[in-house]
Design a protein around this ligand. Structure first.
Ligand code: UT7
Length: 322
């Protein structure tokens, strides 16, 4: 059985930036409150003529360029997103057409903020069992489209963006382990109240926008980051000291620091981009990884631990050699 490795990584952020100062003019909030409680300074927002597929496409192109892989070589496209362009077809199919990857299967996974890790897990299994030899995994969101700009408790937290990875088979890992989980008991803590079968009305009053019990989600997130990181490392008979870089989902700097502290992981080995990107859900981990690869922090051969937590609740981790 072969392994899967990340051959290329890419990301894309919309040009438009919304700062905390900008938000001060839109709602009863302050730059100071947002920075202190979340670490967020600014976020990128998709323009009217941009979409989840257009963001994902650009990130995919950059990852494919790094990997030296062309569209006709792709055997599988997986898109982690909870903000697809349309109900049907899948955003993965729209990106497939735009890339010109004519034959391969293409599917969306909605695991909210854990979407990229779920996608990695899915693609890794295809590559390891001979079902594919080159796969494109994208994490992409336009959360601004389901943000209630009149709700200061959520509106300051989210941003838009995309990250993508090209996986290819390899004789050596690559991806050493993935673990994914879910517990639907916590549906009410982080959700949109309507959607498709419960109603199409895209307004805050109808419940189409993100609602969250921030405190409860915060506590769960910290505890889960700790337990899942330990689960993955222990499964490989490894040690947290073996990890060169910890790349957690970027929801809140306080969650990231608390999780790193619990794990005894020095902040110098943690990739944090939440200050610049805010919470981009499924896009946050590949976006953070791409940034750190391109600025030279993450190098080939480094061991990475990724961990995500989001609505569902869903959570998942991946340990890999880049
Ligand atoms: O992607 C995974 C899912 N997301 C997360 O992981 C997010 C998890 N939660 C969090 O990051 C934090 O809970 C928040 C950043 C959302 C909130 O921080 P907090 O420290 O839990 O604050 P809080 O909700 O307890 O609110 C404290 C106060 C409240 O005022 P009172 O009731 O004490 O008078 C809020 O009304 O801060 C107020 N507040 C704000 N003030 C200014 C809430 N949002 C804002 C705001 N600006 N934007």
């Amino acid at each position: 059985m072969s392994y899967a490795r990340i051959a290329g990584i890419g990301s894309y952020l919309p040009e438009k930036v919304l700062t905390n100062k900008d938000l001060e003019g839109m709602m009863d909030t302050s730059d100071e409150w947002i920075r202190e409680r979340t670490g967020i300074k600014r976020r990128h927002i998709a323009a009217d003529d941009e979409s989840t597929s257009s963001l994902g496409l650009e990130a995919a192109r950059r990852a494919m360029e790094m990997a030296g892989v062309t569209a006709d070589e792709l055997d599988l496209i997986v898109v982690g997103t909870c903000t697809p362009d349309k109900v049907i077809p899948a955003t993965a199919c729209i990106i497939q057409r735009q890339l010109g990857a004519k034959r391969c299967p293409a599917v969306d996974i909605n695991a909210a903020c854990s979407g990229f890790i779920y996608g990695l897990d899915y693609a890794n299994r295809y590559l390891r069992t001979g079902g594919a030899s080159k796969a494109l995994v994208i994490g992409v969101e336009t959360l601004s489209r389901i943000t209630n700009w009149e709700d200061r408790t959520t509106a300051v937290l989210f941003g838009d963006g995309a990250g993508a990875a090209v996986l290819e088979t390899s004789d050596e890992p690559g991806i050493m382990a993935t673990h994914i989980h879910a517990n639907g008991e916590f549906e009410d803590l982080l959700q949109t109240q309507n959607g498709v079968s419960l109603g199409f009305d895209a307004s805050a009053a109808a419940g189409a926008f993100i609602e969250m019990n921030g405190n409860a989600v915060f506590k769960r997130a910290v505890a889960t980051f700790d337990s899942m990181a330990r689960e993955t490392v222990a499964d490989l008979d490894g040690h947290l000291e073996d990890i060169d870089w910890f790349i957690p989902h970027q929801a809140n700097m306080r969650i990231i620091t608390a999780a790193a502290k619990k794990l005894g992981m020095p902040m110098e080995r943690v990739i944090a981009t939440v200050d610049e990107h805010a919470n981009t859900s499924a896009a946050s981990i590949p976006l953070a990884m791409d940034l750190a690869v391109r600025d030279g922090r993450i190098k080939r051969g480094d061991t990475l631990l990724m961990a995500a937590f989001g609505a569902g609740f869903t959570w998942g981790s991946a340990m890999l050699k880049f």
